[in-house]
Design a protein. Structure first.
Length: 319
């Protein structure tokens, strides 16, 4: 290992940790894949397990021979930049979770078809822009047995530092990709923002998925409806914070689903709604451990202002 004690906070090799935005990192090597920053030993370990390549590590000096030693050994001959906690906080602008960051190379996005090839239950995120919510949804999806996650182009990046940290590294365990012309295998000469819902929905239906939109509407079926559990392949679609799903998305779905609520509450945070929807995949009555999981997700996202997701269900009439 190459241990390098930080003496100059302005050193250019530290730019990726201190002076570049996550969007800049994602495009740093264009047209090749860029970088992302993984935070905390657990997240870094899961990224390594998934085959992501480490580039360098920024580490609190007391952890070199401590809790991070095994991870450092796995990373091979890469630079390990170290400093005391207060110096790292000054450099990065935030307190490091368990004192460790790792710059890693991104992988090429897999195709939608390959991600969904063996999936029976998937979550589709439509323009969910809050990285905390994206991370929490991945954590719920992994914990509750969803097989894959698809994201429309307007969604926050699952590899953003906060999203990956909130997910506890599950963004490296559950298959996912963005819905783009490239990942759908379609020729194009325009931006990806026009891909959803038209082309994305066509692909889902061509792969024999029935689609269920989580939406605040009354023309729904109940989430407990046994028909939903009998569907071989189901895609649960969750919408953006605040506005929810696009009308076109709801209208082109096979089902509209709304979560029944009490005490005058009319909506759930999108991450909490995803946890409820995931729980319905396998259980008719929410067990205690699932209620605890949903509560934890709510605590993570308590300061979000989402007005999203719910669940009753009534299949749309076909015309």
């Amino acid at each position: 290992m190459r241990i390098i004690n930080i003496t100059d906070l302005s050193a250019p090799e530290l730019d990726i940790y201190a002076r570049m935005s996550e969007n800049q990192l994602a495009h740093i090597y264009e047209p090749a894949s860029g970088l992302f920053i993984a935070e905390s030993p657990k997240v870094i370990e899961r990224a390594l397990d998934a085959g992501y390549e480490p580039v360098s590590i920024l580490l609190e000096d007391r952890h070199v021979e401590g809790q991070c030693a095994d991870i450092i050994k796995r990373c091979g001959d890469i630079p390990i930049y170290t400093a005391p906690f207060d110096v790292l906080t000054k450099l990065t602008g935030f307190a490091l979770t368990r004192g460790m960051l790792c710059a890693m190379r991104r992988a090429e996005l897999p195709s939608v078809e390959s991600v969904c090839e063996h999936a029976a239950r998937i979550a589709v995120l439509e323009e969910v822009m809050n990285p905390t919510n994206v991370g929490a949804i991945f954590r719920s999806a992994a914990a509750l047995g969803m097989d894959a996650v698809l994201l429309t182009p307007g969604c926050s990046d699952p590899l953003y530092r906060r999203a990956a940290r909130v997910s506890m590294g599950t963004v490296f365990q559950i298959p996912w990709t963005y819905i783009t012309f490239d990942t759908l295998g379609l020729a194009h000469n325009k931006a990806d923002h026009g891909i959803w819902p038209e082309f994305g929905m066509e692909q889902l239906h061509s792969m024999s998925f029935r689609t269920a939109s989580m939406a605040l509407r009354n023309d729904t079926i109940d989430i407990h409806d046994p028909e939903l559990k009998q569907i071989d392949r189901l895609a649960v679609i969750l919408g953006t914070e605040g506005e929810g799903l696009k009308t076109e998305t709801i209208d082109s779905s096979d089902y509209t689903v709304k979560i029944p609520m009490y005490h005058g509450v009319d909506s759930l945070n999108v991450a909490a709604a995803s946890a409820v929807a995931g729980a319905r995949k396998t259980s008719k009555n929410l067990p205690q451990k699932i209620r605890i999981h949903i509560y934890r997700i709510w605590k993570i996202c308590y300061n979000s202002q989402d007005v999203n997701g719910q669940a009753h269900s009534r299949q749309k009439e076909k015309t």
